[in-house]
Structure formats: structure tokens, C-alpha cells
Design a protein. Structure first.
Length: 360
């Protein structure tokens, strides 16, 4: 039985089992001294003080209850004296430790080797990286290969090959950051250029997850950042249907947001997919009952998807009569926000260690 367990038992029982009152207090003292030797920081020392002298559950407080107060009348003076002596000694040792006044002698160089060293802080995994790893852990077992691509893209890969009409608003400089002095070079506005690059380089069947930073000419606010992280997955092969897309995404959202999550597909439009859909999931915060975050609708829009437009397959050099494909994309930052309950996207990029430390 540890000395900590003994403090919870009546002293009469312990004495019957062969301990003397002096043994019991010596055991407490030895335990305390061992724990004090292990403290390295003022926080540790404070925690040690609470553990031993805390008013409700301190070890010495417990001993006071079950040993001193419960002791037989003739034993009380001995136990009381031991108890008081130990309490005084513990308080003095804690006080010394708090003031850093360790009484060990210094060495010739004047260093005190018994002083605690500087506290080393461990890094934390960024919430976007955490979300990314979780997503990849879901897609890798489904046979998807993970890829990245260049952040500086050509107009062709970012827009033209993806079937954007030249008057599409995204093409406008209002939304796209073009690079000065370069022949229509730009910071990619999405990760989809990688679809073209991969389709050009490899032949179907293809299953890929592509992720990375993308850039938009946006004014930063709680939900917009001029740089954010996108992830998309796509598959190309013979006989791929919308049913495959739907099954894959339903599996994905259940794994990422929880087994009771349901997905709802709404018709939508994207230049590079036809037909296109937006996917809402049952709100992970209220399980679909309606709350502030889902604006009482019970659903939250999380991603866009569709069957890869035949023009896109053709632009990448594939025969759209033989092959079909599906694609889906979303903002990883938004996924991380939904998953970890973060309400301001800009917190992700301010490098505030108090925020980041939560994700250790
Ligand atoms: Zn809700």
C-alpha cells in the first residue's frame, strides 16, 4: 500500500497492521522529499504544494483527518506533534523551492547545478495540418495518391484548361492575383490545375488527393483570407458515375465529422464539372437540430463537387468517350474551423502561440 493510500485509512487500522506513528510520518516525509526533488518549474512546485497541503484533498490534510482526528486519546499528543513538525517542514521546503533558494552549495564557477534548467516548450501541430492529416488518413486506404503542385501557375492551367469562359468573374483581376511582368502568370486560385497536370502525365485509372495553398484577391475578415488551403480529390477511369462520387463523399464526411453525419447534394455550377453539386452536411454542432452556427437550418455547406466536364478531359488529352471522372474540393481551413470549433479564420495565420498551443 502506498503512503498516499495510507493517508485515507484510520490510524488505528494501520497501527494494528504493524506501522508505528513515527513510521507513518517518516513515510510521508520520504514521499514528499522524493516528489520535491522531481520538481523542475515553479508550476510543478505549486502543484506539489496543492497535492500535499491543499485544503480539501491535500495528502497532509487527509492524514490530519484520518490519523490525528481519528487517533485514540492517548495517541493524540504523539500524532499531533509529528503532524505539526511535518507540516512546518513541508511548508519551509516549499517556500525555499519557490524562492529558488536551494541550499545546495555552488560549484567553483558559481553555478548552482541543482537549480532547474530553462523550461523547454514543445511545438504544436497546426490545426490546418491536423485536419489535412485526418483527411489523408481517410483517402489513402481508398487507394488515393497524395500530390501537390506549383503555386505559381499559368493562365492555361489555372483557367483555360479547366473550361473557364474568358468572361468568368474569377478570371478578372478583382479575384485573381496576377504576377507583374510575367506573361499571364498568376498565383493559383485553386488546386484544380493539378488535375490537368496529373491527367497529362499519367493514364487512367487515376485516384488523387491534391492539396496546397491557394490565393484570392480577398479582403481578410473572419471567413476570408487572401491565402488559404484547399484540398481536392478526383478519380478518372472507365465507368465512373455520379453514384461513385456520392458514395465516396458520404463515406468521407461520416469519417471526418462523425458517423451520424448525413450529406445533402444540391445542384450547382462550376466551369470544370458537369453536372455539379454543392454538398451540405448535417450541422456537426447541433446534429441537424438548428443552432447559431448553421443559422437554424441544421445544415452547413462544406464542399463543391461534380463529374469532370468532358471538355476538361479533352483539354488534358484524354478521350472523354472512354473515360469519366469525378472531382470534389473544399477549404481545409474551413474544415479545421468546423472540426475544432474555431470561429475566425485569421487566427490560423497570426502565429499566436496561446491559440496554437491548444492543438498540441
Ligand atoms: Zn447547427
Amino acid at each position: 500500500m502506498s503512503i498516499a493510500e495510507k493517508t485515507g485509512r484510520p490510524i488505528a487500522d494501520l497501527l494494528r497492521e504493524g506501522d508505528s506513528a513515527e513510521d507513518l510520518y517518516a513515510g510521508l516525509r520520504a514521499q514528499f522529499e522524493a516528489e520535491l526533488r522531481d520538481t523542475r518549474t515553479p508550476e510543478h512546485t505549486r502543484a506539489l504544494r496543492d497535492r500535499w497541503l491543499g485544503r480539501r484533498s491535500g495528502l497532509l490534510t487527509a492524514a490530519n483527518e484520518s490519523w490525528l482526528k481519528a487517533a485514540a486519546r492517548e495517541l493524540k499528543p504523539t500524532v499531533g506533534k509529528l503532524q505539526n513538525q511535518l507540516k512546518r517542514d513541508l511548508e519551509a521546503a516549499l517556500q525555499n523551492a519557490m524562492q529558488g533558494a536551494v541550499s545546495e552549495p555552488r560549484d567553483e564557477a558559481g553555478l548552482d547545478p541543482t537549480l532547474p534548467g530553462p523550461e523547454r516548450t514543445a511545438g504544436a501541430v497546426h490545426p490546418v495540418r491536423l485536419a489535412l492529416e485526418e483527411v489523408l488518413d481517410i483517402f489513402r486506404p481508398l487507394g488515393y495518391t497524395v500530390a501537390e503542385g506549383p503555386e505559381i501557375e499559368s493562365f492555361f492551367y489555372n483557367f483555360e484548361a479547366l473550361n473557364f469562359p474568358s468572361d468568368h468573374p474569377a478570371v478578372d483581376e478583382m479575384d485573381t492575383l496576377f504576377l507583374a511582368g510575367k506573361e499571364r502568370a498568376l498565383l493559383r486560385t485553386h488546386t484544380s490545375p493539378c488535375q490537368i497536370r496529373i491527367m497529362e502525365a499519367e493514364s487512367p485509372p487515376l485516384r488523387y488527393v491534391v492539396h496546397g495553398k491557394v490565393y484570392r484577391n480577398d479582403t481578410p475578415d473572419a471567413t476570408h483570407s487572401p491565402m488559404f488551403h484547399q484540398l481536392e480529390m478526383f478519380a478518372v477511369g472507365a465507368d465512373i458515375t455520379f453514384g461513385d462520387l456520392r458514395g465516396t463523399l458520404e463515406h468521407f464526411v461520416r469519417r471526418f465529422f462523425g458517423p451520424s453525419t448525413r450529406a445533402r447534394f444540391r445542384p450547382s455550377y462550376f466551369p470544370f464539372t458537369e453536372p455539379s453539386a454543392e454538398v451540405d452536411i448535417t450541422c456537426p454542432f447541433c446534429s441537424g437540430h438548428g443552432c447559431r452556427i448553421c443559422k437554424q437550418t441544421g445544415y452547413i455547406e462544406v464542399l463543391g463537387c461534380g463529374m469532370i466536364d468532358p471538355n476538361v478531359l479533352t483539354n488534358a488529352g484524354l478521350d472523354h468517350e472512354r473515360f469519366q471522372g469525378f472531382a470534389a474540393g473544399f477549404g481545409l481551413d474551413r474544415f479545421a474551423m468546423l472540426r475544432y470549433g474555431i470561429d475566425d479564420i485569421l487566427q490560423m495565420y497570426q502565429g499566436d502561440t496561446r491559440f496554437l498551443r491548444q492543438f498540441r
